[in-house]
Design a protein around this ligand. Structure first.
Ligand SMILES: [Zn+2]
Length: 150
């Protein structure tokens, strides 16, 4: 990865904004050729929509903005390992590179559980870079759930 610039700090800002709305703090963005096309945090509670994960929202927004149904060559950053639903959407969108922060032992669908991209029915597998800003991404979630318990 020559001249790699991580856009994860912007996904982290989206995750913090999600936390301030009372949503699980996960943030994501779509970047193409160094330009951020869309960014979002979870909005499942606000939209009363269990599919309104940050990844789904940024994919929908970017496709709408660009007027395309696939984001070939796009990079997706997300603070938490995508769940199986989002991993399938990432595959269908033909995302080129997936950068994620914290692993999700409970609900992740990439390095555990159904391991979507290793499944023979997965027709497109992005390059995966995990552990990007991992500590900060994990701390967001730990802090959020600690406050909820108190
Ligand atoms: Zn998801």
């Amino acid at each position: 990865m020559n001249n790699f610039t991580s856009f994860m700090p912007i996904a982290i800002i989206e995750a913090k904004k999600a936390a301030s709305r009372g949503e699980v703090p996960v943030g994501a963005l779509i970047e193409i050729n160094g330009e951020i096309i869309s960014s979002a945090g979870n909005r499942t509670r606000e939209l009363k929509d269990p599919t309104a994960h940050a990844e789904i929202l940024v994919i929908r927004n970017a496709c709408s903005i660009l007027g395309v149904e696939r984001l070939i060559g796009a990079n997706l950053y997300v603070t938490l390992e995508p769940c199986p639903m989002c991993a399938a959407a990432i595959s269908n969108t033909r995302i080129a590179n997936l950068y994620f922060g914290a692993r999700d032992i409970k609900s992740g669908g990439i390095n555990q559980g159904p391991c979507i991209f290793n499944h023979p029915q997965s027709h497109h597998k992005p390059e995966i870079y995990d552990g990007i800003s991992e500590l900060e991404c994990r701390k967001l979630l730990l802090d959020f759930f600690k406050h909820k318990r108190n």
